[in-house]
Design a protein around this ligand. Structure first.
Ligand code: GLN
Length: 494
């Protein structure tokens, strides 16, 4: 049992049920690994005494006769979810050391299912970024290639799952922050339908887009955890009032007759050949499994980036106005008056990217520009959503690349925000439409990028997560990209 960390969640769950391992023993395995691989910088807050107490409580629940597939399994949370027992910072100086009086609904639901929290995970500040370079607490390493970024904003979540420092991690996706880092780190990432998981206790960035999701090794693991994570929450005004679902229900569903739409616009000139090849090969795998490939068009998808960079900053400028040095977060020292206190608290607390977005957002919402930018962006957003609906009359799922390139190098795009924004070219359209979407490992780059993973993106219609997870699982039964572990973190690293 020396290499528990490379086992699937399902296998660990069976071991817990068979009492071959206890939740406390399992937690110790991961805590020890987290300590050993601190250089990865994936975790921002680890409190072994808290984790071990939660694990002991899970063992006690089992001893009392409780069962459940997740009881005693460890999970790590992106530091966008607030937690009572670990600091919640959104990777910002603004919230350094902040202890929340409550747990986010997602955290609460997973704890209710018996999951044990390993700690809080690094990310881009307030989930703004595509490389994790915007964290106030330093970048996260990509376990596959030390020169490559892990992606962002959920770079801590993708890196720790890739390095097997957690069997599953929560994450959030506003424009691509689950799928892009999942692709860059070779793990499975899922963003469910907007409104399906609760946003309550998720530190808000762009409320009409923010969606909680997961990073896992496999689609099967994701299906189990997502079933516990999602559900109606009256505390979130955009939570959808539908019964809880079992997302494992379609895992065994055959691919015969499945129509997969392949959007022409996702294979344009900007797509790197080393990404296109594995993605096309994955589409061929689906064809071999019995699916039909359908040529589709999403002509307005390319407008996703400009639309998103109006809508998201507008919403963030409003959401981040709550950090004023008065109620919580950083407060400037020795202010001369109230205005000085607010101004300096915000200038000192926010890093450059949130500041840039607050400025852009305030501008596009201002009188005189509101119609030209914000209203226009909302109109184009609607067009994009309608194009997806037209596409879904001809196909059941949409598939294509997650990103135009494999993971880029540290510093490569940091000086040019627009080139960084382009990293989400293929993920933002689905976000604007509120659609569920996934990233699956499907290969690696070439030459100097031979250790940089490539992701396949699946997009489903609203509330069709189960079918998407089923298709992802069937692909993973036919391939083994998702089982690859970066050198130095696999069974040899026990
Ligand atoms: N990279 C995008 C941004 O910086 C998406 C971030 C996200 O999904 N949270 O806004």
């Amino acid at each position: 049992m020396s290499a528990l960390h490379v086992e699937s969640l399902a296998a660990l769950s069976r071991r817990l049920a068979a009492r071959e391992v206890s939740a406390v023993e399992l937690a110790r395995v991961y805590l020890e690994r987290i300590e050993r691989h601190r250089a990865l910088n994936g975790y921002l807050d680890v409190r072994p005494e808290v984790t071990l107490a939660q694990a002991a409580a899970a063992d006690a629940r089992r001893a009392r006769g409780e069962t459940g597939p997740l009881l005693g399994l460890p999970v790590a949370h992106k530091d966008i979810f607030v937690t009572r027992e670990f600091a919640s910072t959104a990777a910002s100086r603004m919230l350094e050391g902040y202890m929340s009086p409550f747990d986010a609904t997602v955290v609460e639901r997973l704890a209710g299912a018996g999951m044990v929290t390993l700690g809080k995970l690094n990310c881009d500040e307030f989930a703004m970024g595509s490389s994790n370079e915007n964290s106030a607490y330093g970048p996260v390493a990509n376990p596959w290639d030390a020169a490559a970024v892990p992606g962002g904003s959920s770079g801590g979540s993708s890196a720790v799952v890739a390095a097997r420092l957690a069997p599953v991690a929560t994450a959030t996706d506003t424009g691509g922050s689950i799928r892009e880092p999942a692709a860059f780190c070779g793990v499975t990432g899922i963003k469910p339908t907007y409104g399906r998981p609760s946003r309550w206790g998720m530190i808000a960035f762009a409320s009409s887009l923010d969606t909680a999701g997961l990073m896992t090794v496999s689609a099967e693991d994701a299906a189990w955890v997502l079933s516990a994570m999602c559900g109606f929450d009256p505390r979130d005004s955009t939570s959808v009032d539908r019964p809880d679902e079992d997302y494992t229900r379609d895992l065994q569903r055959p691919m015969d007759g499945l129509r997969i739409g392949v959007p022409r616009e996702f294979f344009g000139a900007g797509l790197a050949a080393e990404v296109e090849r594995p993605v096309r090969a994955a589409l061929e795998t689906y064809r071999a499994l019995g699916a039909t490939l359908v040529d589709i068009s999403l002509p307005s998808a390319e407008l996703g980036i400009p639309v998103y960079y109006v809508v998201a900053p507008a919403e963030c400028s409003s959401n981040l106005s709550r950090f004023d040095g008065v109620r919580y977060g950083h407060r400037a020292k020795d202010p001369v008056d109230l205005l000085d206190m607010i101004k300096r608290s915000r200038a000192e607390g926010f890093g450059p990217e949130p500041r840039r977005r607050i400025l852009v957002g305030t501008y596009v919402l201002s009188h005189g520009y509101y119609d030209a930018y914000y209203i226009k962006a909302q109109q184009v957003r609607r067009l994009i959503a309608e194009e997806f609906q037209r596409a879904f009359t001809r196909c059941d799922l949409i598939a294509g690349p997650v990103t135009t390139t494999v993971a880029f190098g540290f510093g490569e795009k940091a000086a040019d925000p627009v080139s960084m924004y382009m990293a989400d070219l293929y993920t933002i359209p689905g976000s604007l439409a509120g659609l569920p979407s996934m990233s699956l490992p499907c290969g690696f780059g070439e030459g100097a990028h031979a250790m940089r993973p490539v992701g396949l993106q699946l997009i489903a219609n609203h509330f069709d997560e189960a079918r998407m997870l089923g298709a992802a699982h069937q692909y993973q039964l036919a391939t083994d990209w998702h089982r690859r572990v970066p050198a130095g973190f696999g069974a040899e690293d026990a």
